[in-house]
Design a protein around this ligand. Sequence first.
Ligand SMILES: [Fe+2]
Length: 376
Amino acid sequence: MDITFEGNRLTLSDGAGFRHTYSALWLRESSFSPEFRDEKTGHKLGDGDTLPLDIALASATLRDEELRLAFTDGHRCAYSTAWLVDTARKPFFQELAGDKELFDASLDPLPWHDLAELQASPAAIRDTLDDLARLGFALVRGMPSQLNGMQAFIDLIGYMRVTNNGAIEDIKAVPPEQAYDLSMTPRALEPHTDNPYRIPQPGYVLLHCLENAAEGGESGITDGFRAAEELRKESPALFDALATTPVNWFYRDDQAILEDTSTFIELNRQGEICHVRFHGRSDRVAAVDPDQLDAFYKARRRFIELIRSDTLEVRLKLQAGEMFIVDNYRIVHSRKAFRLETGARHMRQAYIDRDVVSSRQKTLRRSLNAKPWRAR
Ligand SMILES: [Fe+2]
């Protein structure tokens, strides 16, 4: 590593192609020095906005891969060059740790886990969450057959999200006058992500099977990121239509008005797909330019074809005591129709917010002794 500095700029470079110029104020404000930063939380003890705007480097020395800095306000701190390189190469936080693996229908093996193992071993919880990060879903067997049996899993992660429909909800066919959602009928549910009209949209969907004896009722799981990447490969223009056309999502009844506007495909700052939405019942695309709408309608048609295709959709039938957890910003899920006269089908569903899952994964990766998310 080599350094050069002048005034309020410092450049770090190696012979292998890394080169980044840092602002002196950024280096000053990033200080890990205990006089400036709380060691327990990593939060600053002082206000960054009061640091001198014209702060400069008084000295900079590099020894044993440690960069020691002194600033014109008298502050001194040190960084490892590895940390500085890392912050330049990966300037943003990652919601979940680890690389994503986009999958198709040939995914084998499926990411099965066992509740008893999760209860016995924090490493097994971490592995389940790592699968959720990598694939966007995980499957758990050995779930208790009681109505709220999925609470045993939720307790290992943290808290569930409560909505106006309650906490752990029934997904079973009920008399038509009691149904407030299409999931409460025996009809097929076309591929969808849950509740894009909520703010925030539920982060993770848990579906616990108590009984699935009826004919039909198989689940479909498609990697929405994979489907979107396929679309991008086939036609950048159609991909762009789904990434830019605003869609209004809504649910309205006598007790709730839930509305949000967003796109089918959302990209992060690096241009990577970070959120896929599809809910063909609650969407009404905004009345934008009709030429844009033409492209949008065509793109939507192709997108759903890809989502339901034999090559992309993983199909399985959950049995009693089995559960799936899916990343609702990535996985598009569906279920086939079932015939009530051939047996009962009873599922229970719950949501978990995104920060609960990402915090649990990251704290477990830091230490297997990490405590689940709890009120203090
Ligand atoms: Fe759903």
